[in-house]
Design a protein around this ligand. Structure first.
Ligand code: ADP
Ligand code: MG
Length: 709
């Protein structure tokens, strides 16, 4: 066969596109999964296995449980249920002693492919029906000697992350083609290092992860791969730490009396977490080592006030601060907030974005409209007269100069790249000095994750909520009645002059910007559920100014309903928004759902959140997660749950990318993490040696994420 000839030439770097037998749709799907070479596929590891090891005798099957049964087919037939127009396949199977009925819905081909007298493994759920206990919709695999000789059926069947256009079966078959290659996969890790940590060779690990014969084998394989992932991160972190330690920041003295009087002037009493975070940041800034602190707190936890205290302290020492926001609207909101917080003070606050050029002192705002007024504002920044400058990317790109920028605060840090930080350092006006950096995020990051991923990053958590917040009622609508209730509530709120966010998941992976999903959903809402109500749309395909203008309409209350993708961070404070509807809620991590929910309930009116799951693979699992979510309003607790249930990718998300995805490593595996740390410090010094080229290549990841610099 021609395939044979090609297969012998396969190497790790061979492009999947060069292989025979993978169709266009398959290649597209593989690319969507980030897999373009054979090597990518080798490290595309199963996230779980269907366990065919333990089998249950038919006599011992209890309803409600998941079981694997080895049995032969007594008889099988297909039919169609008229009323429900559902294809049904029914079989009676026996393990030699007892019989049990099996039923499949919507898999008519099974009636043809299951052969009488042949032995299969059935894995699935046993349910009590009016005809007795039955297996309903089990997975089925051949279990006769012939099938095993073919080597395809495994005691532990790998289940891979996959996507539309590439079935689990096709993925398994594809990986199977590389078995020979995996068996001889080179291991760049020196034997001494590997052995001292009791790690198996890489080839064994790849075989053990894709084709395990037993759980211990799988475990050893996963441990090796996990170790390598953690080692990569530890090496990157060590490198970034080195870079940071080479930089010098201005030493900003702590003006204790000044800070106390500022805190006293605030219109509220700080929470203990806020006090601690502000105090720690101020202490960081006394040092020459550039501060690199992440301030992590739920939406509404009062991060801005913490930043304001640090900025007031910098101003007292004659340093300027910059507060960078991802959008103009957010920058504008920050300006108002800070103007209010500094109302009794003498600091001058400036807002510099494309559409806004404002400043304020002592609570009074000045509009710097027009060319000469803009020059005046620039001059105020360049002379140091403006103590606090709020801006967007535009401020950096326009190259506005500072006189003495001592502190950069970045709101929703994941939107800022390395380049932006470098530019702002260059414009700081402080020859050779790096400003201190305070990043703020509302993505709850569990401490265990933060320590692993960010290494020595300094983290301040705001866990307490400011007093007087109304709880948000959360409801899960599992059926049509639930969705009718949700949108009836949206209509009622709209009639009362209040507003709703609708979050829409990306349905098709090719619709990355969400244009199709959002437009489709908005059209449906306009003609059906929300007929007669104005519905605005926000998605990634819109130009920046179109986005801003839609957002402004919403913020200023002109638009009752806004449908947006999840990617578009609706980070603004709309106190009149009282309803959050999340379509396809099962597709989101709990931490992300929590962020959406936090967008409402910031005003005087009680707010509600509706979760509307779409069609789902595992309805029970989804129900469990979403109900758990409805019960909990602690973002950090939800993030920990996510971490346990779905892994770190859920929390860091795509936007946080820049970190290698962790496929094998479990971040709570602290002993393994400690070993990786130790090995990182052992080998970091020798990685550049010529004999370690392969090792360096294998272990080097580009870490682009910003707060590590
Ligand atoms: P976020 O953490 O989402 O950025 P903000 O800093 O915007 O939160 O604060 C949300 C709101 O809560 C603001 O209106 C702010 O003035 C107010 N706030 C902040 N801290 C407190 C506090 N300790 N007590 C009462 N209100 C507070
Ligand atoms: Mg904020």
């Amino acid at each position: 066969m021609p395939i044979r000839r090609r297969e012998t030439e396969i190497k790790p770097e061979t492009a999947l596109a060069e292989l025979t037998g993978i169709g266009r749709a398959g290649l597209t799907a593989l690319r969507d999964l980030g897999l373009t070479t054979v090597g990518d596929l080798a490290f595309h590891i199963p996230y779980r296995y269907d366990d065919f090891l333990a089998t249950t005798p038919i006599a011992e099957i209890e309803p409600g449980g998941n079981v694997t049964v080895i049995a032969s087919v007594v008889r099988v037939s297909g039919r169609r249920s008229f009323r429900r127009r559902l294809a049904m396949t029914e079989a009676i199977v026996t393990d030699g002693k007892d019989e049990i009925g099996v039923i499949w819905f919507n898999q008519p081909y099974l009636a043809k492919s299951l052969r009488q007298g042949m032995t299969y493994r059935f894995a699935g759920k046993a349910s009590r029906t009016k005809y007795g206990i039955r297996l309903v919709n089990p997975l089925v695999e051949r279990a006769d000697a012939e099938a095993n000789a073919g080597g395809y059926l495994r005691p532990l069947m790998p289940v891979y992350p996959t996507t539309r256009g590439l079935s689990q079966h096709a993925m398994r078959k594809l990986v199977r083609r590389f078995e020979t290659l995996l068996r001889s996969w080179p291991d760049p890790m020196p034997d001494a290092v590997r052995e001292s940590r009791h790690l198996i060779p890489l080839s064994k690990a790849l075989i053990g992860i894709h084709f395990p014969e037993s759980w211990p084998q799988e475990k050893a394989a996963r441990r090796r791969l996990a170790f390598d992932e953690l080692l990569r991160i530890q090496l990157a972190v060590a490198k970034l730490r080195e870079i940071r330690e080479q930089g010098n920041a201005p030493e900003v003295p702590f003006d204790e009396a000044g800070v106390k009087s500022f805190v006293k002037s605030l219109p509220f009493i700080l929470t203990d977490d806020q006090k601690k975070a502000a105090w720690t940041a101020i202490r960081d800034m006394e040092r020459r080592l550039p501060m690199n602190r992440l301030l992590d707190g739920d939406v509404g936890s009062g991060k801005t006030a913490v930043a304001a205290i640090a900025m007031a302290n910098a101003a007292a020492a004659g340093f300027q601060s910059a507060l960078m926001a991802p959008t103009e609207i957010l920058a504008h909101q920050h300006f108002h907030t800070l103007t209010r917080l500094f109302a009794d003070r003498k600091e001058r606050i400036a807002l510099w974005t494309n559409s806004y050029k404002l400043s304020s002192v002592g609570g009074r705002e000045i509009d710097h409209h027009g060319r000469s007024a803009t020059r005046e504002l620039n001059a105020a920044i360049a002379s140091g007269e403006a103590d606090i400058v709020i801006g967007t990317h535009a401020l950096i790109e326009a190259g506005v100069d500072f006189r003495a920028l001592g502190l950069a605060v970045v709101d929703e840090q994941h939107r800022f790249g390395v380049r932006a930080r470098r530019l702002i350092t260059e414009k700081s006006g402080l020859e050779g000095l790096t400003p201190h950096l305070l990043s703020m995020t509302a993505t709850p990051i569990p401490r265990s994750l933060a320590l692993t991923i960010f290494g020595d990053l300094d983290l301040s958590l705001l866990k307490q909520k400011p007093a007087g917040r109304l709880p948000i009622r959360t409801e899960v609508g599992f059926d049509d009645a639930g969705r009718v209730r949700a949108y009836a509530h949206v209509r009622a709120e709209a009639a009362a002059g209040r507003q709703t966010f609708v979050v829409c998941p990306l349905i098709d992976p090719s619709d990355k910007l969400g244009a199709a999903s959002v437009t489709e959903l908005a059209e449906r809402l306009k003609t059906q559920e929300l007929a007669g109500i104005e519905v605005g749309v926000l998605h990634g395909r819109l130009k920046a100014d179109a986005k801003e203008s839609i957002m402004r309409d919403f913020v200023e209350g002109r638009l009752p309903v806004l449908v947006a993708t999840s990617v578009i961070e609706v980070g603004v404070d709309v106190s009149n928004a009282t309803v959050m509807v999340i379509e396809g809620a099962e597709r989101f991590g709990l931490a992300q759902l929590h962020q959406f929910r936090g967008r409402v309930g910031r005003g005087a009116h009680a707010a509600r959140c509706f979760l509307l799951p779409g069609s789902t693979g595992d309805a029970e699992e989804v129900a469990r997660r979403l109900k758990e979510f409805a019960r909990t309003d602690d973002g950090f607790a939800l993030a920990e749950l996510d971490l346990k249930m779905r892994g770190p990718g859920e929390i860091l998300g795509e936007r946080q990318s820049g970190f290698p995805a962790l496929k094998a490593a479990v971040l709570t595996d602290l002993p393994l993490l400690a070993e990786a740390k130790a090995v990182a410090s052992e080998i970091v010094g020798v990685l550049d040696a010529p004999k370690n080229t392969a090792l360096k290549k294998y272990l080097t990841v580009e870490v682009r994420e910003v707060h590590l610099e």
